[in-house]
Design a protein around this ligand. Structure first.
Ligand code: NAD
Length: 353
């Protein structure tokens, strides 16, 4: 297999976890005889500093010529001035939109050895294996924004086709799992949510009669995620609700640093990134947990390059390292020896076989 991968390390801990993911991909490539060519490009605050633009044209061109794109994280206090003309996050939103990646897959896997790292009781975590599908290119993050002296507004717009395609995507994934789909909205208050619910009900009844549909209001879903997390199979929801619910769900896994994501659209070129941000509080200290980034690299091999066996091997190596007691500070409990980002990466690589 030959493939070109664009790496966008970004800001804060982004470069640290991107280096970890790259090292794992290079190891797998050597082991399995693949030729992976990497191009690094600028995004976010690093790109603003260098060019004034959070998504320079050169970066977009690299991504357009790639089989897959891997992103670390963007943002940080240096670029957080609300009056700044551009912000790092604009680069990421534009990239998602330009790549047309409308479905953001966020699998939540709980390792039983990390039960103590989660604030939930261990018995609540048994059997948790859920997949959140977040709509990624519509909704309030992309609507028109206005601001005057004493008011502000963010427009939330959804079109039928945007809901149909992401619900179809999620229901298709549910069909290959436990055939249960939970759609999350706020239909008691929001018109966009009422459209979301109507479209979801229609798509499921017309095309996925074999998939059981549950609908929840987002506030109730936030509660049920903690009270009965193992009852969920696939959840599908709009952009902002998915953003918030998956940060909450990360605590089932023990840390933001554990969760990967894959953003997919009509083409094979996906965008892969850990769900966490740039973590300015630990950036540059070698403390970042690379598991979410490395698991995102596994998703890249699976979804964009079709290398299922290599992807499964990486996931098994992460599980084996955790089972053997390898811990970064965020998932350590008292008495555990804390590994640096590079030592944790090496602990995973050494179990790749
Ligand atoms: P964050 O995810 O960066 O950090 C939240 C907490 O989780 C922090 O305590 C951090 O130390 C910890 N954490 C996150 N990732 C970790 C890892 N891999 N290992 C160990 N601990 C980890 O969220 P935040 O603090 O709200 O945001 C910081 C910046 O990141 C902001 O500028 C925000 O806009 C940006 N952000 C970017 C993305 C992205 O690039 N996709 C996502 C979310 C936030």
């Amino acid at each position: 297999m030959e493939a070109v991968i664009t790496l966008l390390p970004g800001d804060g801990i982004g470069p640290e976890v991107t280096a970890a993911a790259r090292k794992v991909l290079e190891t797998v490539a050597i082991r399995s005889g693949h030729t992976l060519t990497f191009h690094e490009a600028l995004i976010g605050g690093a790109a603003i500093d260098a060019t004034g633009d959070p998504l320079p044209a050169a970066t977009l061109a690299h991504c357009g010529n790639s089989d897959a794109v891997f992103l670390g994280a963007v943002g940080g206090p240096k670029w957080s001035d609300p009056n700044a003309p551009v912000r790092p996050e604009q680069g990421l939103l534009k990239l998602r939109s330009e790549l047309g990646v409308f479905a953001n897959l966020r699998p939540v896997r709980v390792y039983k050895q990390l039960a103590d790292a989660s604030p939930l009781k261990a018995d609540r975590l048994q059997g948790v294996d859920l997949l959140v599908v977040r709509e990624l290119t519509g909704g309030i993050y992309f609507g028109d924004k206005t601001r005057d002296a004493d008011s502000a507004s963010d427009l939330c717009v959804y079109h039928t086709y945007e809901i149909e395609r992401v619900v179809r995507f999620a229901a298709g994934l549910a069909r290959d799992r436990k055939r249960r789909l939970c759609s999350v909205d706020k239909a008691n208050v929001l018109e966009t949510s009422r459209l979301w619910r109507d479209v979801t009900n229609r798509v499921l009844s017309e095309e996925f009669a074999d998939v059981e549909l549950e609908t929840l209001l987002v506030d109730a879903a936030a509660m049920h995620l903690l009270s009965r997390p193992s009852s969920f199979d696939v959840m599908v929801t709009e952009n902002m609700f998915g953003d918030i619910l998956t940060d909450e769900a990360s605590m089932l896994a023990g840390s933001m640093g554990m969760l990967p994501s894959a953003s997919l659209g009509e083409t094979a070129c996906g965008l892969y990134e850990p769900i966490h941000g740039s973590a300015p509080d630990i950036a540059g200290k070698g403390m970042a947990n690379p598991c979410g980034a490395i698991a995102s690299a596994a998703l890249l091999l699976r979804h964009s390059l079709g290398l299922e066996a290599d992807a499964s091997d990486i996931e098994a190596a992460i599980a084996a390292a955790i089972a053997a007691g390898a811990r970064t500070a965020d998932i350590a409990t008292s008495g555990d020896q804390c590994l640096s980002t590079t030592a944790m990466t090496d602990a995973i690589i050494s179990r790749l076989g």
